[in-house]
Design a protein around this ligand. Structure first.
Ligand code: MF3
Ligand code: CO
Length: 248
């Protein structure tokens, strides 16, 4: 079931989304050579608790940490560890927070040092794909229009689209219906309506679209070990478009 959120629920989702946004902003200063991904996890965990919220991902299906940190060829769900960031690392950070029972979910990709032209194309193209997907969000459009917009943008940047993982509805659960694929489908899927809340999250690769699961049974990496980027916002469908809940 795709739920339509009440004004009270929307207010709480705005607060949860804002906490996620501020956690990203807070973490940015620490994303530097030498810090471990577990230190980033602990800083985010503490910051989220200080906002009277809880990290959405901790214990989700047994997930052991509070955020996901996916480096270089890791696409998503990288588990924070004693790995130290070094110059040349591409770092995707995915954060979820739950405030009074309502979630926010957002991911962003950063680079340690000076990115090459290819990495710049990967980062800019994936961010552009997220914003192209957002432009397809308005009442009357279909979920499938988002994926079409994301895929068309990826093509322009000569990037490939991961198909195994998708965006999702957000509410009292961090993952709700509907699924939000990042590729064009034969069926346009459910119609968007005012009051729906969804997370759009393109994962684009520099090489082939294929991915594998690592032995930890969480981390998803590219098959060809080439880098991948991930940008995600949680958004509310409004009367004539959308409102980003995990942004400024
Ligand atoms: N943010 C991820 C998503 O958008 C969720 C991470 S799930 C976890 O789907 F299990 F790793 F926590
Ligand atoms: Co998500």
């Amino acid at each position: 079931m795709i739920t339509i959120k009440t004004p009270r629920e929307i207010e709480l989702l705005r607060k949860a989304g804002n906490i996620v946004y501020r956690t990203h902003k807070y973490l940015q200063q620490f994303i530097k050579e030498g810090i471990t991904t577990d230190e980033l996890n602990n800083l985010a965990h503490k910051f989220i608790l200080e906002q009277d919220a809880t990290p959405s991902f901790l214990n989700y299906d047994g997930y052991p940490k509070s955020i996901c940190v996916s480096v270089n060829e890791q696409v998503v769900h990288g588990i924070p560890s004693d790995y130290k960031l070094k110059k040349g690392d591409l770092v995707s950070i995915d954060i979820g927070a739950c405030y009074k029972g309502y979630h926010g979910d957002s991911a962003w990709t950063y680079f340690v040092g000076e990115p090459t032209e290819d990495i710049k194309r990967l980062m800019e193209g994936t961010k552009a794909a997220l914003y192209e997907g957002l432009k397809a969000v308005k009442p009357g459009n279909h979920i499938g229009d988002i994926g079409t917009a994301v895929e068309n943008c990826a093509k322009k940047y000569n990037l490939s689209v991961v198909r195994e993982l998708v965006g999702h509805g957000v509410g009292t659960n961090v993952h709700e219906e509907p699924e939000v694929p990042n590729f064009s489908m034969k069926y346009r899927g459910p119609v968007l309506k005012e009051g729906m809340v969804i997370a759009i999250e393109p994962m684009l690769n520099l090489g082939s679209r294929h991915v594998v699961m690592e032995e930890d049974e969480w981390t998803i990496s590219t098959y060809d070990k080439k880098p991948s980027a991930h940008y995600e916002h949680t958004v509310l469908v409004t009367k004539d478009g959308y409102e980003i809940l995990t942004g400024e």
